[in-house]
Design a protein around this ligand. Structure first.
Ligand code: GAL
Length: 418
């Protein structure tokens, strides 16, 4: 035990704290997350049950509000107050930022014991390691650029599933003429940004997406392509219902389920809602990639473990970290969540056609270099630059701002955010 204590002390001095290897009697985890919708709640309940079945004591700390911006505010306040949660659902550059602060526990011991190097794809390893150390554990792979379709409503309007944005606009005009709301949407910045990034990919392709939303290249941000993106966003703002402002994303999904709207542009956490309602893909609803150029906008959820006091909490962190990438749990959780497993060796047999399409399209996107990180869901860029996009996209969507004005505002705000 002395060498473990010495290692822990050494690593603590280095800013990262190694988790104790011998769990104490109690294993407690207070978990901060924002998974409160139907599908999300089922998924996080599966993790809680797995943790409690292994002897853990789970303290649930949900923060309602899809997309996680409300939870991020709570997390910052708690850490500043010296009261960090034991574990938090977090992702992308936010993990790197907290690790750079020295705030996160070192998971290398658990990673070695569970073989994470072998079972995680490189793209996820890069997200959850800092300076070569594991500081978070990924739980899934979500695809953002999906179109969720009520086939009965498209048939009623006599239109086909759109594969280009011009086809989308023509179908939406026909749906409007038939008295059907074309696009179910929740008017919140992260949801507007979700739609925006699918249009960036669809109209500009993966290379343009990276130039604009990853490299923040001013030429890309003010290009004719970006003007066309904002012109398409203007078209889309004419296809939503009058009550869209502030609507939670899962209530928009319910509109597609209930036949109140024909389509929703949303990540496949929406599939968790269809699954919770026991609806079947291919008949009750369709999942198709959003229109335009092929590609895969990736979002991945992880759990990170803040430095906390108390052997029971440190033991709880180790137990939770060791469960999340378990093969059986990876299947159970992702079936509920609408995502696909983070580990690369879970058989697809239990997954539906949408999930299998996601697995296949991910492999194709890796091969074709059309896999891109989500800006809206905090994988591509840090919070400040992301905030610039959310501000401008939302203001444009909710006003009569022209596309030309939008790109000028965008390049200014992105410049200020760096
Ligand atoms: C995303 C998150 C997903 C999903 C969605 C809606 O940012 O990664 O897991 O929950 O928000 O809340």
């Amino acid at each position: 035990m002395a060498h473990i204590r010495a290692l822990s002390t050494a690593v603590a001095i280095g800013g990262l704290v190694a988790l104790g290897s011998a769990p104490a009697a109690a294993q407690t985890a207070e978990v901060l997350h924002y998974w409160t919708s139907g599908g999300e709640a089922r998924a996080v309940a599966a993790l809680q049950q797995e943790f409690e079945a292994a002897g853990g004591t789970w303290i649930d700390s949900p923060v309602a509000g899809g997309g996680g911006d409300a939870q991020a505010t709570v997390l910052r306040a708690r850490v500043l107050a010296g009261d960090p949660p034991t574990a938090v659902q977090i992702k992308g550059p936010n993990i790197q930022d907290w690790a750079a602060e020295g705030a996160l526990a070192n998971l290398d011991e658990v990673a070695a014991a569970e073989g994470w190097d072998e079972i995680l794809p490189p793209l996820l390893r890069d997200i959850v390691t800092y300076e070569g150390h594991y500081v978070a554990v990924p739980v899934n792979i979500h695809r953002v650029n999906w179109l969720w379709v009520n086939p009965a409503l498209l048939e009623q309007a006599g239109v086909a599933v759109p594969t280009t944005w011009d086809e989308f606009n023509a179908a939406a005009d026909a749906l409007l003429a038939a008295g059907i709301t074309p696009l179910a949407h929740g008017g919140q910045p992260w949801q507007d940004a979700t739609v925006f990034e699918t249009v960036v990919l669809g109209l500009g392709g993966a290379d343009f997406y990276r130039q604009a939303l990853v490299d923040l290249d001013p030429d890309a941000l003010t290009s004719d392509t970006m003007i066309a993106v904002f012109e398409q966003m203007r078209r889309l703002s004419g296809y939503v219902d009058p009550n869209f402002p502030g609507r939670e994303w899962n209530l928009a999904t319910r509109m597609v389920m209930n036949g109140e709207a024909a389509m929703q542009i949303m990540g496949d956490w929406a599939k968790g809602e269809f699954a919770a309602a026991e609806l079947q893909p291919g008949s009750d609803y369709l999942c198709v990639p959003t229109p335009g150029a092929a590609g895969y906008i990736l979002n991945s959820d992880s759990f990170a473990f803040f430095k906390v006091e108390g052997e029971d909490r440190i033991a709880g962190q180790r137990l939770l970290a060791s469960l999340i990438l378990g093969t059986d749990f990876q299947e159970t959780f992702n079936l509920f969540k609408g995502s696909i497993p983070a580990r690369n060796d879970v058989p697809p047999d239990a997954f539906d056609a949408c999930a299998v399409r996601s697995m296949d399209d991910l492999a194709q996107a890796v091969a074709a270099d059309s896999l891109v990180p989500s800006m809206a869901h905090e994988i591509a860029i840090g919070r400040a630059a992301r905030g610039a996009f959310l501000d401008v996209v939302t203001e444009h969507f909710n006003s009569d701002m022209t596309a030309e004005e939008a790109v000028e505002r965008l390049v200014e705000e992105v410049e200020l955010a760096q």
